[in-house]
Design a protein around this ligand. Structure first.
Ligand code: ADP
Ligand code: ASP
Ligand code: MG
Length: 410
């Protein structure tokens, strides 16, 4: 008998038929004697629909009210699942974030969880009920509804598993685990039986949306046993996120490839090469709450240098207009950019002990005539920025070059 937290994503609860399937799956786990806390997303497409509705009224929606609106998707699915379970003879009770209560800070749209009250849930579990919790939602100290950011139900689930000291947190989604890359782009991608926590953090932060990055961080902090599984397949062990690099694990230098289309590049050319220039360029961007990702500054030549960085695509125009002001202020020659770029990253803890990985990546892209615009590296990843039109091709050739479509013997 175990205490298990299960999370079902949008596609898995996308219709009442699918919700009934989820209920049947839960009934099987219950029949084996397990206690279950189930976290749900909104039906697929619903959160986008709600955001679009809000934008019909306010171009930049008020953050507090936007959370009131977008949190409703999850309230619908939890009620429906409770009913579906009751219909098949199981006792179940649904909870909104504020009822749990899952307290967060007041950063609407990207709130961080500060505490979880597990008392009511424990009483339900002791009484044999299935506890159903709305993912994505929280409540701040003033009682305002907050949300945890896109994909935030993953984080709700891991946080609940940590608070309840659950034996396992299972993330059920529309693929049967974490793959070497997004199987929608590379059909030859393979499911990984295990992936290290560090690699999963990198993949999530570099654009693989299979798990929200905060959920992986949470799992790391509280040592939650985390597994990704398919809600559409009957059996399967999915992918387990592991905390140690186990000798018997699949050992590949590169574990996976992530990509991110949400990128735009800005170049500031002919910048006077003097102390404080990076701050003068990026300070106003940070003040406008625009997150900067890759940053490159060249060694100066004849007192001038070039400076490039990337921002989220949705902030491109805003960043560009800020930079035009900065250009006049610092006396730069030119500001230009491109919002049709994508970032591709190879990730693997094995890179620590292998050299030449980056050059294999660069050679592979060169052979396809794909130009690299920016590069950034860390101990366990190499990222490149390329023209978006080469994204799929680049992912596929890299997948092959690093042998990811071949079975690795354990
Ligand atoms: P959910 O609605 O269940 O939360 P998401 O759409 O957020 O599901 O995440 C699952 C999707 O993540 C998959 O359908 C897949 O296209 C995508 N994905 C991206 N990278 C990977 C990867 N490395 N492994 C598996 N899925 C990935
Ligand atoms: N419904 C929210 C979203 O679409 C949260 C989630 O599904 O995890 O981002
Ligand atoms: Mg998701």
């Amino acid at each position: 008998m175990a205490l298990i937290v299960q999370k079902y994503g949008g596609t898995s609860v996308g219709s009442t038929e699918r919700i009934k399937n989820v209920a049947r799956r839960i009934a099987k786990w219950k029949a084996q004697g397990h206690s279950l806390v189930v976290v749900l997303s909104a039906m697929s497409g619903e959160t986008n629909r709600l955001i679009a509705l809000a934008k019909e009224i306010q171009e930049t929606p008020n953050p507090r009210e936007l959370d009131v609106i977008v949190s409703t998707g999850e309230q619908v699915t939890i009620g429906l699942l409770a009913m579906a379970l009751q219909e098949i003879g199981l006792e179940a009770k649904s909870y909104c974030g504020w009822q749990v209560k899952l307290t967060t800070d007041s950063a609407h749209g990207k709130a961080r969880i500060s505490s979880i009250d597990d008392e009511a849930m424990r009483a339900d579990l002791d009484a044999g009920r299935v506890v159903i919790v709305a993912g994505f939602q929280g409540v701040d100290e003033n009682g305002a509804i907050t949300t945890l950011g896109r994909g935030g139900s993953d984080t709700s689930a891991v946080a609940l598993a940590a608070a309840l000291k659950a034996d396992e947190c299972q993330i059920y989604t529309d693929v049967d685990g974490v793959y070497t890359t997004d199987p929608r782009v590379e059909p030859e991608a393979r499911r990984l039986k295990t992936i290290t926590f560090e690699e999963m953090i990198e993949l999530a932060s570099l654009g693989s949306k299979v798990l929200q990055i905060r959920s992986v961080e949470f799992a790391g902090k509280y040592k939650v046993r985390l597994r990704v599984l398919s809600s559409f397949e009957e059996e399967g062990e999915g992918t387990l996120i592991t905390f140690e690099e186990d000798e018997s694990m699949e050992q590949a230098v590169v574990a996976g490839i992530a990509f991110d289309r949400n990128e735009a590049r800005i170049n500031v050319k002919g910048v006077p090469d003097r102390p404080g220039i990076a701050y003068q360029i990026l300070g106003p961007v940070a003040d406008a709450n625009i997150e900067v990702d890759m940053i490159i500054q060249n060694v100066g030549d004849h007192g001038a240098t070039d400076f490039s960085f990337t921002v989220p695509r949705g902030e491109y125009n805003k960043a560009l207009s800020i930079l035009r002001d900065v250009q006049t202020h610092i006396g730069a020659a030119k500001v230009e950019g491109d919002d049709k770029v994508a970032k591709i990253s190879i990730v693997g803890v094995g890179m620590r002990s292998h050299c030449g990985i980056a050059s294999t990546m660069f050679r592979t892209l060169a052979e396809e005539g794909i130009n690299i615009q920016l590069i950034s590296t860390s101990e366990i990843k190499v990222s490149v920025l390329v023209d978006e039109k080469y994204l799929e091709l680049a992912v596929r050739v890299l997948h092959k070059a690093f042998g990811l479509n071949q079975k690795i013997s354990a």
